[in-house]
Design a protein around this ligand. Structure first.
Ligand code: ADP
Length: 746
């Protein structure tokens, strides 16, 4: 099927042909069109990576915007992905389509989105918009849920199901497009979503899969390849790919492994294979990485391997450094990238050979776990660059001869797992039932049953067909409601259930009832505490990634716990005496110490410890800090609002200041500068402050020539911040730390 023949507006067709250079559809894309993609039919597309699902979703959205004047929503699992997708979609602005991206700020309805045609967002934010019942949602004609296999995820899955249930309950008549990697039970998912299914294992480039052991690749089709053994399996496989004109993508299970492997390959290339790289260009790229990196240490570590045509890639890197690596790989200047498995889902970065260094991964609290087949298939799916590589190859590495067969059986020839709903666990039910009631989607047990009946959990649990099971479920829901009533979040009124003001607040703040209970318990433990006590309370949310405590750090953190015993609002699972007398096993206190270490790191950040030291001391990179900063913005203000609602003024005041410090990584005195001025982060704010510009007013009265001389500023930025400062001062809109967010509740 030719793009020129598609039932789309001329400008859109021409655009795809001209700007995207795409003339002909891939077979699964064609099937989607035949099944009514452009006629408003709901469709689940379940095909390998890089088979053009995203393109089809884009065309369906743009087509609906242009021809029907409706809006479209694209929901993705991660914040960083939302920004990436929005950036990709911006090319359609040339057609007059307005693209917006919104994440976080769960307490807002975001009426401004009214003025946009396509809204890119995360599952959580979409759920939150549906809780606020924003008026513009009525105009949504297309809803795309990307990576719908996340329904299997314990946290994100129930959110997706809740979105589906809310869309149904609102009676929105939208076309639903769900995009998925290969899954076992695609048909079941399509049935659940009332959608047609496009399922296919077609790929644009042929894929060979095999297992490497001791100098040989054993392919699943029975053939073999001899590889020059350089003493290290990854190195041997990577060099074999590069000398044959290809590029390699290596997946491993930890950040330290990405660095270590990249260094080994870089060392080899620079010493023995310098002919295959372009040193001059790589030197430039490596300098731009140093410039783009907030942590010079991490930047330099990366720059050193990039000089030899190799890179490592993980979520700790700055966004800019990551983009440079990705683009240089696409331009074939970087020959090999070693990444953590988190990369497999997001970035579109194909390579001739994909090497899976480790098929097991450490899961906190569980130990080493084997990767699911789905994840292997997603990694393998990255093999083969269309138009560049004659074929793609995915290679697992065996550690013993026995493992060769094991890996072929359990990964290459294995069936991909089914996805299973996690909606009906107590915790997820409590979260989403509270949300359904507080947002007005349900006001009685029967309503809640109806709401729950729109979830995959209901379908997979067989409740539709079995009255006995339905009764059990009803009782379970009743128990959950009792728990929410006892917690003070819901109230029974005759046969109905309504949210209390506290319950509504949780719903607006996007807090789950379990975390909220922990927060409330902590706040009630004391009238006031120190910064460590507050930060430690804030990070109790399971959303906050925790730092692991090494054995040799145990004593230091135990001492810190004892020193701050009275101030810690959430106490360890063992008593003070037990700690002092050493009457405990390390495992009993490990998780608790993790929370303490995480809080200490965040406080260091708020005390302006440099990005380099944070990286050195905690292995936390700028990419991680961005994630933490977003979480603090949400959770620290949520705890402050809770304190306000509970009439705890002192807590509220302290938390309102700490919130900004934890979000921006600054001491009190810089809050005014970072909060008010765009383009001023912690480093620039500190430079301004040290140069005597301590308030917005100081800057409004400044001479641009003086500011442009300060480190980190040029003419343009100096003028911009002075202009901002003058405008804010003139309009009386300068936000002062002491008034920020204070006294909103109550
Ligand atoms: P998916 O969402 O399945 O991972 P994408 O839509 O991101 O796949 O497409 C992967 C790459 O293939 C993109 O670079 C895209 O522009 C390109 N592509 C998509 N459809 C076609 C096609 N029919 N012909 C050529 N290239 C295509």
């Amino acid at each position: 099927m030719r793009v020129a023949d598609l039932p789309l507006p001329d400008i859109l067709r021409d655009f795809v042909i001209r700007e995207r250079g795409i003339q002909e559809l891939y077979p699964p894309q064609e099937e989607a069109v035949r099944k009514g993609l452009f006629d408003g039919k709901s469709i689940v597309m379940c095909t390998s990576t890089a088979t053009g699902k995203t393109l089809m979703a884009e065309l369906a959205m743009i087509n609906a915007v242009l021809t029907k004047g409706v809006k479209a929503i694209l929901a993705v699992p991660l914040r960083a992905l939302a920004y990436e997708k929005a950036r990709d979609l911006r090319i359609y602005e040339k057609l007059g389509v307005r693209i917006a991206v919104t994440t976080g700020e769960y307490d807002k309805e975001d009426a401004w989105l009214m003025n946009y045609d396509i809204v890119v967002t995360t599952y959580e934010k979409l759920d939150s918009l549906l809780r606020h019942k924003a008026e513009w949602l009525r105009q949504v004609g297309v809803l795309v849920i990307d990576e719908i296999h996340y329904i299997d995820d314990d946290k994100r899955g129930p959110t997706i199901e809740s979105i589906i249930a809310k869309v149904k309950a609102l009676g929105l008549s939208t076309q639903l497009l769900a995009l998925s990697a290969t899954i076992g039970n695609a048909e079941e998912i399509a049935n659940y979503l009332d959608a047609d299914l496009v399922v296919s294992d077609w790929r644009p480039v042929k894929l060979k899969e095999g297992v490497y052991y001791d100098g040989v690749i054993y392919y699943s089709d029975g053939s073999r390849a001899l590889i020059k053994d350089l003493g290290n399996p990854v190195l041997s496989l990577v060099m074999d790919t590069i000398v044959n004109g290809g590029q390699a993508l290596v997946f491993t299970n930890s950040r330290s492994n990405t660095v270590k492997l990249a260094q080994q390959i870089a060392h080899y290339i620079c010493n023995y294979g310098a002919k295959i790289i372009e040193p001059g260009t790589l030197m430039k790229i490596s300098n731009s990485i140093i410039e783009a990196s907030q942590s010079k240490l991490l930047g330099e570590e990366l720059a050193r391997v990039v000089k030899c045509g190799v890179a490592f890639h993980h979520a700790g890197l700055d966004m800019d450094a990551r983009s440079i690596v990705e683009n240089s790989f696409r331009d074939r200047l970087i020959k090999a990238v070693v990444a953590t498995t988190t990369l497999a889902a997001g970035v579109n970065l194909p390579a001739r050979r994909v090497i899976i260094h480790e098929y097991r991964r450490y899961e906190p609290g569980i130990g080493m776990e084997e990767l699911p087949v789905m994840e292997y298939k997603q990694m393998a799916g990255r093999a083969g660059r269309p138009g560049l590589d004659p074929y793609g190859e995915a290679v697992l590495i065996a550690r013993s001869e026995d493992e060769i067969d094991y890996l072929i059986r359990n990964y290459i020839s294995a069936r991909v797992e089914d996805i299973r709903s996690k909606f009906l666990t107590d915790k997820n039910l409590a979260t989403h039932i509270l949300s359904a009631i507080a947002s007005g989607y349900a006001s009685s047990i029967d309503d809640v049953m109806r709401f729950v009946s729109s979830t995959l959990g209901y379908v997979q649990g067989g409740f539709q067909k079995n009255e006995f099971l339905r009764d059990l479920l009803k009782r379970k829901i009743d128990d959950v409601i009792n728990f929410l009533v006892e917690s003070g979040f819901l109230e029974r009124r005759n046969d109905n259930v309504v949210a209390t003001p506290l319950g509504s607040l949780l719903n607006n703040l996007y807090l789950d009832p379990y975390t909220a209970n922990t927060y409330i318990r902590g706040l009630k433990a004391r009238d006031e505490t120190n910064d460590l006590g507050y930060t430690h309370l804030i990070i109790q949310s399971p959303e906050v990634p925790r730092l692991r405590v090494r054995r040799n750090e145990f004593d230091d953190y135990l001492e810190l716990v004892l020193d701050n015993w009275d101030y810690l609002l959430i106490k360890p699972p063992i008593t003070r005496d037990e700690i002092e007398n050493g009457e405990f096993e390390d495992e009993e206190i490990e998780d608790y110490l993790s929370t303490v270490k995480t809080a200490v790191m965040l406080l260091d950040w708020a005390n302006e410890v440099s990005e380099d030291d944070l990286y050195k001391n905690y292995d936390v990179g700028p990419g991680d800090l961005r994630v933490y900063s977003d979480l603090m913005d949400w959770l620290a203000s949520a705890v402050a609002r809770l304190a306000g609602a509970l009439g705890m003024r002192r807590h509220e005041e302290r938390l309102n200041l700490l919130k900004w410090r934890l979000t921006y990584g600054v001491k009190d005195e810089l809050i005014e500068l970072v909060v008010n001025l765009e383009g001023v982060g912690r480093a620039r704010a500190r430079a301004l402050y040290n140069a005597g510009f301590k308030s917005v007013e100081d800057i409004a009265n400044a001479d641009p020539r003086v500011i442009s001389m300060i480190r980190g500023f040029g003419d343009k930025l100096a003028r911009s911040i002075i202009e901002q400062a003058r405008r804010l001062t003139k309009e009386g809109r300068v936000v002062k730390p002491s008034t920020i967010n204070l006294g909103k509740e109550g």
